[in-house]
Design a protein around this ligand. Structure first.
Ligand SMILES: Cc1cc2nc3c(=O)[nH]c(=O)nc-3n(C[C@H](O)[C@H](O)[C@H](O)COP(=O)(O)OP(=O)(O)OC[C@H]3O[C@@H](n4cnc5c(N)ncnc54)[C@H](O)[C@@H]3O)c2cc1C
Length: 347
């Protein structure tokens, strides 16, 4: 069997690698000059357990299960976060702390309540409650290296797939016949599965900050839930964190990915300054010492493809149309969900 995969991010690489492990002949096409060059290399790098998603059971369950599979399958591609805290603010959260806690507990996610007074760096009076949970940081550089080696001979860099046609018992990808085609471009191609209009594209801006070196204890990962809130999360680079804001990270909402790329290309220094001021102002009431604790390093850009709807569903899905599969990526740890469906259909 001969399969073509478009997209050299987490989904395309893991799917191609799993097919290869089953003896399938795979060609992976990536339009840029290296793997993990778009969202997979530019995100918050959180291996989710599901705590971000109080409003979507499907997303919580996929993340909870994917988290454990990821840590087991790729033990060298993530590292534990020493002190990972989710906080429910008093006024700004969509749900109260007890509701949040019950949802997570009943979802089988292992959490512990922690006293607000025991958490450094925050204004404890602004919160209703806090939980600690084990989560991990995805080690993107190691992942890029791993898949570059593992997929040696399979990857075609600088090749943007432009034409996919099903005819004569094959699928023709840029004029070459394959048995199957998998679109793992996170929505960049007109959907080969026939489904369209159910997602939108959101260009994003996260900010990198470096932690002051003389702090005595490790700085915790801090995530405020649930709603239009913010989080500070470590990266693979010790001392460097990302700041992400549900309100200020999105740079618009577009019906197709090419318009989202154009929006990113038009970002200038003024916009970055403006966003930085807004994000720091948003954090300040909850963490008054933020600006003394961190130094701004620079911006990070990417594009999210999101299902329409208000429940914040970030679950992964795979749609099939004849010989073509279209992957709607969820979180990074949902790669197993997508791959199981494709292997189940093909092998
Ligand atoms: C700001 C932000 C924060 C996030 N934070 C987290 C997080 O903390 N934890 C988490 O689990 N997930 C997070 N995500 C989601 C995560 O990044 C995605 O789930 C994941 O990267 C999707 O992987 P992918 O391979 O589907 O997409 P991508 O990484 O976008 O890969 C798609 C690839 O397809 C290529 N491509 C596009 N068009 C073509 C073409 N025509 N031919 C060939 N190749 C093409 C692109 O160049 C790209 O490399 C975040 C995303 C963003 C944007």
């Amino acid at each position: 069997m001969r399969v073509a995969v478009a997209g050299g991010g987490w989904y395309g690489c893991h799917i191609a690698s799993s097919l290869k492990a089953h003896g399938v002949s795979v060609d992976l096409f990536e339009k840029n000059d290296c793997l993990f060059s778009e969202a997979s290399g530019n995100n918050q790098f959180r291996l989710h357990q599901g705590l971000h998603y109080a409003r979507s059971a499907q997303t919580r369950y996929q993340s909870r299960d994917g988290y454990h599979r990821f840590a087991e399958r790729y033990p060298k591609l993530s590292t534990p976060v020493e002190n990972n805290i989710y906080l429910v603010p008093k006024e700004a959260s969509l749900i109260d702390f007890d509701t949040y806690f019950s949802i997570m507990l009943s979802s089988g996610i292992s959490i512990e309540k922690i006293p607000l007074k025991s958490i450094d760096h925050i204004d404890a009076g602004r919160f209703e409650g806090a939980v600690r949970c084990q989560e991990r940081v995805v080690l993107t550089s190691a992942a890029r290296g791993y898949f570059t080696k593992r997929l040696n001979g399979t990857v075609n860099l600088n090749h943007a797939v432009t034409e996919v046609q099903q005819r004569d018992g094959h699928v023709w990808v840029d004029g070459v016949a394959y048995d199957h085609f998998i679109d793992a471009t996170w929505g960049a191609l007109p959907s080969a599965s026939g489904e369209s209009g159910s997602v939108y594209f959101e260009p994003t801006l996260l900010l990198y900050y470096r932690l002051r070196e003389d702090l005595s204890a490790p700085f915790p990962a801090i995530t405020l839930v649930d709603g239009d809130l913010w989080s500070i999360y470590p990266t693979e680079d010790p001392g460097v964190f990302t700041l992400s804001s549900v309100t200020h990270t999105p740079l618009g909402r577009y019906e197709n990915k090419s318009r989202a790329y154009e929006r990113l290309a038009a970002v200038d220094a003024n916009l970055i300054d403006e966003k930085r001021r807004s994000m720091e102002a948003e954090v300040h009431p909850y963490m008054p010492g933020f600006k003394e604790t961190f130094t701004f390093v620079g911006p990070q850009f990417a594009i999210k493809t999101k299902p329409k709807g208000l429940s914040e569903n970030r679950a992964c899905g795979v749609a099939a149309n004849g010989r073509c599969f279209n992957v709607q990526s969820g979180k990074i740890d949902n790669i197993f969900y997508a791959t199981d469906r494709i292997l189940g259909a093909l092998l």
